[in-house]
Design a protein around this ligand. Structure first.
Ligand code: Z57
Length: 814
């Protein structure tokens, strides 16, 4: 790659300490003596930011003036995690920072920890967006992340005295936030409601109300690329003119109501993950950020041009739609081109279709957004007209292809009373991709089969990835040093396939022992972290077994907790002798959507199993269970490196990819998992002998559905399962209250849509294999090291390279 000078870097420790002092004095207005860790955090953040500004400007001007097509990543969520450490790494200032803050009398870790984690995402989809913009910048590809700066991020989770989840608001902007720059001068007007009238033979939308979209810009520094991209998150402000409008008619206090309504748009992140909520405000949010972003991209690429030639737009930027949430962008670009820039329909369609692509992240039919046409009509009447016309054109096109009426009926984008966003996205863009090989195949064979038959060339796969900077280098410095030692270079951080060079070292017992020592040190560190953050005493001489992800029935936390209960019962019964028991600590972390009844009940159950098990002297030292509150990026960065056994146990055919699975494998955990999502590819790469596979395949699941699945049959057949379910039903974990979990038990025994009971026996059986291997630390660690060595493919850099080649057809700036 061409060398790009990163201006102002490197600096010496002394210089950087002076820059921090300057920020303390002139920005924070405190003396170095008065400064707290929080002050130093803000000062250091602003100092790092200053080092990135020149590269940021240069990246933007090279992007606008050059011929390299940019990427616009449209996402309702960017789950970024703390920024300071990452910015230091990418600015090449980590060492200077460490020394400078020590000079100021602080520990670097305390400064980094003082940052409040922004939670502008729910889970996998939001974190993937964050990894992707990191990789785009690191590869030197010009890119924008476009999204929403929610005032309230994902709720903070605590548990009440009964173990129930309690959600509290995450008002993250109550803390000083040095990273985002609010740019009042680059605002956009976004309008809603009203009606469409005809004026001089032209459709004219007369909206009823408007919101001011103001961008907040975040720098996205690349690792060793000298490039800094932009994450532009929109915040909603009201226009003053509304005051007057209402004021004439009504009371003064009523006059501020439209402001409140306007600013509500970016107030809160919807806390549902992989479940759709058909709320009007959510559609408003989607249109809000997408409309502002499209206008912004036109402004950026055609500066000062009143009549730009937008037929060149698809050569300037390509938009990736992260799930269906931003799909209203397709009719919006049509509207902009036709109504605001006077293009004819066909020209507008050609531009639009070339500009957009769509990533589908799910297989759950209920997670694909479908909006009532009436709602779209009220909120965006012009868009509904355009969608209807797109649908007409689409049906004609399908007829032209000779497709039969019944199929066309199934494929309609607009059904008469609703609009199917996934179908709109598939027709309205150039490419559709799934997020793992199995997932993309199932999209073609099942979820979007008619579309794949009609447009086979649109469909492709890009397997997800994770950034090695945050999830190896920052999260696991011990392993990072060992990898660098083993490979003799640190180039693996920007070329993760180099990890393959560790494969021969798995035969070197001394190296494997060093690897084991790193894991043990990470476990030790996590014990301290857990004590500090959760006040718990974890026994580090146990197998660390982790299941962290959103709480969802399809992910099957129920399967894990039933197996834990069964193990507990076996110890209590004396079915296994105490000597034969492999000591294990089970960590759960999971947020449930606040309205998801069974998910919340599962959390309550896990907490109560934890209470009973951890307080039972009979199992002390053998089994401990913790439901850690508020799983977030910080917890992930601490817990994943300490984990030895990772759980990826979704029902086959339900987890689109999973990305936690990749983070664990790259940090030297072994996986117990089903043939689902990216597990399939992980297992292929690390080797079947280094992966604990169990459970039904997609085909077996389908057959069960077809034959009529009966969970009670499995309950009767395996005494371990029967006993575990009975213990939940009989009040063992609810102080004798048999009603506490009755709905959960009833669901298991009569419905069990995700076939937890059917997979229980296989899951319980494989625990024996796991424990047997763990008793041989050298062999366990050899396999764990092979997981690291063979998981380089799962870098988000590789994912982005696949997007560049298969979908975006662009690359790094010259
Ligand atoms: C979300 O986090 C995912 C899919 C969705 O449709 C929504 Br909404 C939220 C997740 C998938 O469940 C994971 O399997 C996948 O790894 C992740 O998106 C990133 O692709």
């Amino acid at each position: 790659m061409t060398e790009i000078t990163a201006p102002k870097s490197p600096v010496t420790t002394a210089e950087f300490a002076d820059e921090i002092r300057e920020q303390l004095k002139y920005t924070q207005n405190v003396t170095a003596e008065q400064a707290t860790a929080a002050d130093v955090y803000v000062a250091a953040s602003k100092a790092v930011r200053n080092h990135l500004v020149d590269s940021w400007f240069k990246t933007q001007s090279d992007m606008v003036n050059g011929n390299t097509k940019a990427v616009g990543y449209f996402s309702a969520e960017f789950l970024m995690g703390k920024q300071l450490e990452n910015a230091l790494l990418n600015a090449g200032l980590t060492e200077q920072f460490d020394e400078a803050v020590k000079e100021l009398g602080f520990q670097p870790k305390d400064i980094v920890d003082a940052e409040y984690e922004p939670g502008l995402g729910n889970g996998g989809l939001g974190r993937l967006a964050a990894c992707y913009i990191d990789s785009l910048a690191s590869l030197g590809v010009p890119a924008f992340g476009y999204g929403i700066q929610y005032k309230y991020g994902i709720f903070k989770q605590t548990f009440d005295e009964n173990g129930k989840q309690v959600e509290t608001p995450d008002y993250w902007l109550n803390n000083e936030e040095p990273w985002g720059h609010i740019d009042y001068n680059r605002d956009q007007k976004v309008s809603f409601g009203g009606e469409v009238v005809e004026e001089n033979g032209k459709k004219v939308w007369k909206p009823a109300w408007s919101v001011r979209a103001v961008p907040v810009d975040y720098m996205v520094p690349g690792y060793e690329s000298g490039r800094v991209n932009t994450l532009r998150l929109w915040t909603a402000k009201s226009y003053d003119e509304f005051d007057l409008l209402t004021f004439n008619k009504s009371e003064y206090l009523d006059a501020v109501k439209p402001q409140v309504k306007a600013e509500n748009i970016s107030k809160i992140l919807y806390p549902e993950d992989s479940t759709k909520v058909g709320k009007e405000l959510r559609l408003e949010q989607q249109y809000f950020f997408v409309s502002a972003s499209l206008h912004d991209a036109i402004r950026v690429f055609y500066p000062g041009e009143a009549k730009p030639d937008l037929t060149t737009f698809p050569n300037k930027i390509t938009f990736q739609l992260n799930d269906t949430h931003p799909v209203i962008g397709i009719p919006e670009l049509m509207r902009i081109l036709i109504d605001e820039y006077d293009y004819d329909w066909d020209t507008a369609w050609s531009i639009t279709q070339k500009t957009f692509n769509y990533t589908c992240h799910t297989l759950l039919p209920e997670a694909l957004e479908v909006w009532p046409a009436s709602l779209i009509g009220e909120l965006l009447p012009r868009h509904l007209e355009i969608i209807k016309k797109i649908n007409e054109q689409f049906e004609d096109e399908l007829k032209g292809k000779g497709i039969d009426d019944a199929t066309i009926e199934r494929m309609r984008i607009y059904t008469g009373d609703s609009v199917r966003m996934a179908y709109l996205a598939t027709y309205g863009g150039s490419y559709v991709n799934g997020v793992a090989a199995l997932h993309s195949q199932l999209l073609k064979d099942v979820t979007l089969k008619d579309f794949s038959d009609a447009y086979p060339d649109k469909f492709t796969n890009v397997t997800n990835g994770v950034t090695p900077r945050r999830f190896i280098k920052l999260a696991n410095p011990g392993l990072s040093d060992l990898i660098t030692e083993g490979l003799g270079t640190d180039k693996w951080l920007s070329n993760l396939e180099l990890l393959e060079g560790l494969v021969p070292l798995a035969q070197d017992d001394e190296f494997v022992k060093k690897f084991a020592a790193v894991k043990n040190a990470n476990k030790h560190n996590f014990v301290a972290f857990a004590k500090q953050h959760y006040g718990i005493d974890v026994d580090e001489n146990t197998l660390f077994n982790t299941m962290v992800k959103r709480l969802h029935e399809y992910k099957r936390q129920s399967l894990k907790i039933l197996a834990v209960i069964s193990k507990y019962a076996a110890i209590k019964n004396g079915t296994v002798s105490a000597d034969d028991i492999l000591p294990r600590t089970v960590f759960f972390g999971a947020k449930a959507a606040p309205g998801y009844y069974l998910a919340k009940m599962t959390i309550e159950l896990i907490n109560n199993v934890s209470r009973v098990v951890n307080n039972d002297p009979d199992v002390k030292g053998k089994l401990a269970v913790y439901m850690l509150p508020n799983y977030n990026i910080e917890m992930a960065q601490n817990l994943i490196p300490a984990t030895e056994l990772d759980e990826q146990i979704s029902q086959a055919g339900k987890e689109a990819s999973g990305t936690g699975n990749m983070k664990f494998a790259l940090n030297g955990a072994l996986t117990v998992g089903t043939l689902d999502g990216a597990n399939v590819e992980i297992r292929e790469r690390v080797g079947a002998e280094n992966f604990f596979l169990f459970g039904m395949t997609v085909e077996e699941v389908e057959k069960q559905y077809a034959d009529g699945y009966d969970p009670a049959k499995y309950y009767e057949a395996d005494p371990r399962l029967k006993q575990a379910v009975n213990l939940v039903a009989d009040g063992t974990f609810s102080n004798g209250d048999r009603n506490a979990y009755a709905p959960l038990v009833a669901d298991w025994l009569t419905k069990d849509w995700f076939m937890t009971l059917a997979d229980f026996s296989a899951y319980a059986d494989i625990q024996g294999e796991i424990e047997q291997l763990y008793r041989d630390p050298l062999e366990w660690n050899r396999k764990a090291l092979l997981n690291v060595a063979n998981s380089g493919f799962f870098s988000s850099d590789r994912s982005i390279e696949d997007y560049l080649e298969r979908i975006w057809h662009t690359g790094p700036l010259a």
